[in-house]
Write a protein that binds this ligand. Structure first.
Ligand code: NI
Length: 388
């Protein structure tokens, strides 16, 4: 597997050029015309069997032996950027105001194209066919993966793998785990309707601000008092809007936030507890409470055999492989593929971050160490070439 790494290092210039081209021209959401054109241009050079629109994504097949009976290996990259004003000062920084690749999806796309090129050269060594999935709209619920799966992008596939750059670790580091790796990211909103009026006469009003304060405090008891101590869960109220002036009791207060869980039963329990509490606070304080809850992507749940394969294959390439890292509470729609076929999601080091610590994922200062690119290309290719 060391030779795969050497071969992918020889391709660094091309992969880096693709990554920088994507980085200069980030696109957001489901509609990524310029990004798609670049991906298609590269894929068409390789003589793959390309389908331009499968549920909104691009699917390319590199055919190999036994794929009809045994199934193909699928490798996935996401392609979308974020609504962030880049502040890295890089000479290939985003040329589009208010949009930037600050989650590394430019690198994911470039690395998967690099792996496709490498594997096309090594097609005689393939144990089975390889399917490359280029997905839009990972950053927005309900995500792009679901629609690609519904459109059949995994038909004939037996295993799926995906990578995400990880800024806290150096190039060459890989981390994954069997079982839940990333959370179900749910979103909630509560509107509390009272009766507005003069701040000097609260007895003539129904104060939604006070009700909101009680509710925020009560919601924060759910994780500490209702979730079993060994289980991970996060409930964050992140937004509280109410009022227009110091002497006016407003009509309404609005709060919003997110719940993160690693099992759907815990997520469902928290949702139910929140609903009950919201109703109770509303009734107790005389405000009308409207509770809105949207379940996010499913949990990224790595198949044990696929996670063991990833740890073994990557361990043959790098000494910095951790096969049982802690789960993280961010979400990823890679989970939609895993609901259809067994698969494993892997983090790959792309540090160091900006020295002041502001350079994490989704930060305006996010930048990655491009030395990680050949590692990612090699990792994807090695997963497809493995016969174990
Ligand atoms: Ni991302």
């Amino acid at each position: 597997m060391k030779s795969i790494l050497n071969q992918s290092r020889q391709r660094l210039d091309h992969v880096r050029a693709i990554r920088r081209e994507l980085h200069r021209h980030p696109e957001i959401g489901a509609d990524l015309p310029r990004t798609r054109a670049l991906v298609l241009r590269e894929l068409n050079r390789l003589g793959l069997d390309v389908r331009e629109n499968v549920g909104g994504g691009i699917v390319a097949d590199l055919h190999g032996p036994d794929e009809a009976s045994g199934g193909m290996i699928a490798l996935r990259a996401d392609m979308d950027a974020l609504p962030v004003q880049e502040e890295t000062g890089l000479d290939f920084a985003s040329q589009i105001p208010g949009q930037a690749h600050v989650c590394g999806h430019d690198a994911h796309t470039a690395m998967l194209l690099g792996a496709a090129a490498l594997l096309a050269d090594l097609r005689d060594q393939l144990p089975t066919g390889v399917r490359f999935l280029f997905q839009p709209n990972e950053e927005n619920q309900p995500g792009g993966a679901r629609f690609m799966v519904e459109a059949g992008c995994l038909d004939g596939v037996r295993e799926v793998y995906g990578l995400h750059v990880w800024p806290g670790r150096p190039a060459g580091w890989f981390g994954t785990r069997p079982g839940p790796l990333m959370a179900r990211p749910d979103v909630f909103g509560v509107t509390l309707r009272g009766k507005g009026g003069h701040a000097s006469a609260p007895h003539q009003c129904v104060d939604p601000v006070l009700a909101a304060c009680h509710l925020v405090t009560q919601l924060n008891t759910i994780v500490s008092r209702r979730v079993p101590p060994g289980e991970r869960a996060v409930l964050s109220v992140t937004r509280l809007d109410a009022g227009t002036g110091y002497n006016i009791i407003p009509e309404t207060a609005f709060l919003q936030g997110t719940v993160r869980t690693l099992s759907s039963s815990t997520g469902d329990m928290i949702e139910e507890a929140m609903r009950t509490m919201t109703d109770a606070v509303g009734a107790g304080m005389g405000v009308q409470a409207e509770f809105d809850y949207v379940r996010g992507f499913p949990v990224v749940d790595n198949d044990p055999a696929a996670a063991a394969k990833a740890a073994r294959v990557l361990g043959g390439m790098s000494e910095m492989v951790e096969g049982n890292i802690d789960p993280v509470m961010a979400g990823e729609d890679f989970s939609h593929y895993q609901r259809k076929v067994p698969g494993c999601f892997v983090f790959m080091g792309c540090g160091p971050c900006a020295a002041d610590g502001r350079g994490g994922l989704h930060s305006s200062c996010f930048c990655l160490d491009e030395d990680c690119l050949p590692w990612g290309v090699a990792a994807l290719a090695a997963l497809a070439l493995d016969r174990g």
